[in-house]
Ligand binder design. Structure first.
Ligand SMILES: [Zn+2]
Length: 321
């Protein structure tokens, strides 16, 4: 394959695109903010302008795209939760019209992150792994026998809705006690604030704040992780809560799928021991059989270009992904 592949990463805050060489090396990476509240035509126009700038006249051998879900797969008809302008938008067909005669593949963005870690990141050489992302949502992709498992609708590996507390908090999916309801960044910061966490400051445990304060303070999971690292007790308790939930969900996945590796990406994964120690403790509590105890849980190795690398792999290593 002498011509490069076009890799595209579509999310609610930014759109990114690049050309990828045969080994996944990226050239000409460009990013643009996702137009807030943009309608379908505006979003498409922004995307095609970005793509044209990256191509700069080059021809490509294929197009790989990661996009926020949900989507109809493999058709690539997308309705990203945080891009309301696209509802049942035929993204794959629209791109195929623009790139006639070459392969165009669209997959869930969390799946692309898992593929990237397996292909070029912390999961290289692993036969059976789950690549997770813990961010605004919790998602993942599943590799078994060295190949991506799609599932019937492209959603295999979506560990965010594995139940970890049957009587736990309501989840955005309509269920209760899902991993995502507990460990997603906004859910965790809201929990910490209800316990009296003051972002960036020492919390006074037991202080109850009015709802308006909670709404007005946009504190990120990253800040929570920083406060935990600095020893803030409530932030530490929040990390422990997320870590235990992750450990329970990962134990279930390991017992079900006989995994050797789990990678964790996203903002919360930078928290270090305050997250990973309770995670590993819960994982140990719930993986008692010999085969399950070999699993390793590690932070994702690739940075912000991970989504583009995974998108490129959909074309460059299509036999596996
Ligand atoms: Zn759920």
């Amino acid at each position: 394959m002498s011509q490069p592949v076009l890799a595209v990463d579509i999310g609610g805050t930014k759109l990114a695109a690049a050309l990828a060489g045969p080994t996944g090396s990226l050239h000409g990476v460009r990013r643009v903010a996702t137009p807030p509240g943009g309608d379908a035509a505006t979003l498409w126009e922004t995307l095609t302008e970005l793509i044209d700038a990256v191509l700069d006249g080059s021809r490509v051998a294929g197009v790989g795209v990661g996009c926020g879900g949900p989507m109809r797969w493999p058709e690539g008809v997308v309705s990203p939760l945080n891009m309301p302008g696209w509802r049942d938008f035929p993204l794959r067909a629209a791109l195929a019209g623009r790139f006639p005669g070459v392969q165009v593949r669209v997959h869930n963005d969390a799946v692309c992150l898992a593929v990237a870690e397996h292909w070029r990141g912390a999961g290289r050489g692993s036969a059976d792994m789950l690549g997770m992302v813990v961010s605004t949502g919790v998602g993942g992709g599943l590799i078994l026998g060295g190949r991506l498992v799609h599932g019937g609708s492209g959603n295999a590996g979506h560990i965010g809705h594995v139940v970890v507390e049957p009587d736990g908090p309501l989840c955005g999916c309509g269920g209760r006690g899902c991993l995502e309801a507990i460990a997603r960044g906004p859910g965790l910061t809201a929990w910490a604030m209800r316990q009296g966490w003051i972002p960036g400051g020492e919390s006074a445990a037991g202080t109850v704040r009015p709802a308006s304060y909670l709404e007005a303070t946009a504190a990120s999971g990253r800040q929570l992780a920083l406060d935990a690292a600095a020893g803030d007790e409530i932030a530490l308790a929040a990390m422990s809560r997320a870590g235990r939930a992750l450990g329970v969900a990962i134990a279930s996945a390991v017992n079900l799928c006989d995994l050797d590796l789990v990678t964790i990406g996203g903002g919360l994964s930078q928290a270090g021991p305050p997250l990973f120690e309770p995670l590993r403790a819960a994982l140990g509590d719930h993986t008692r059989l010999e085969f399950a105890r070999r699993v390793r849980v590690v932070p994702a190795a690739l940075g912000q270009e991970s989504g583009l690398v995974g998108a490129a792999a959909l074309v460059l290593a299509a036999d596996r992904y």
